[in-house]
Design a protein around this ligand. Sequence first.
Ligand code: S3P
Length: 171
Amino acid sequence: ATAPPQGGSIVLVGLMGAGKTTIGRLLAARLNLEFVDSDEEIERAAGCSIADLFQKYGEAEFRRGEHMVLRRLMSGPPIVLATGGGAFMDPRTRACVRENATSVWLRCTLPVLLERVQDRTHRPLLNVESPATVLSDLMRARHPVYAEADIIVDCGDDNVEHSAEKVLGAI
Ligand code: S3P
């Protein structure tokens, strides 16, 4: 991994349920940086919920909006950014993040993810009979790509505070 620009943004990547938003808020407070959640930014920019975006316009349109929001955020002042789980999968988004920020993959096991994805409101991909199957398929497809992040933090059974400490120690 190339050395990230000092004092730049921190971008958290990883699957749904990895704790990107919760840990991101803790990090932002500790680093005295603004916290931004990309899902919320997309909803603001689109003027509708992620569930509606998926339903009315389809996933491809959501991904297009996601990329535009990410690109805008990466050209602004340093922030701590929690990305949606699919954002880092887009090669152009990944390139943009790698150029402008330190990326951190919050790596979690399936049981931990499953326990944390009870809130499905902004997660249409998990509104299915077996979220475990979807998540384990996504793990297989995405882990090799998340592994391109600058830093990998294993969350294990840690609580979010502990994971945040690990990130602070690694960046
Ligand atoms: C997605 C993850 C969600 C949200 C959308 C798609 C994904 O964000 O962006 O439902 O493809 O993994 P979180 O990772 O914040 O749940």
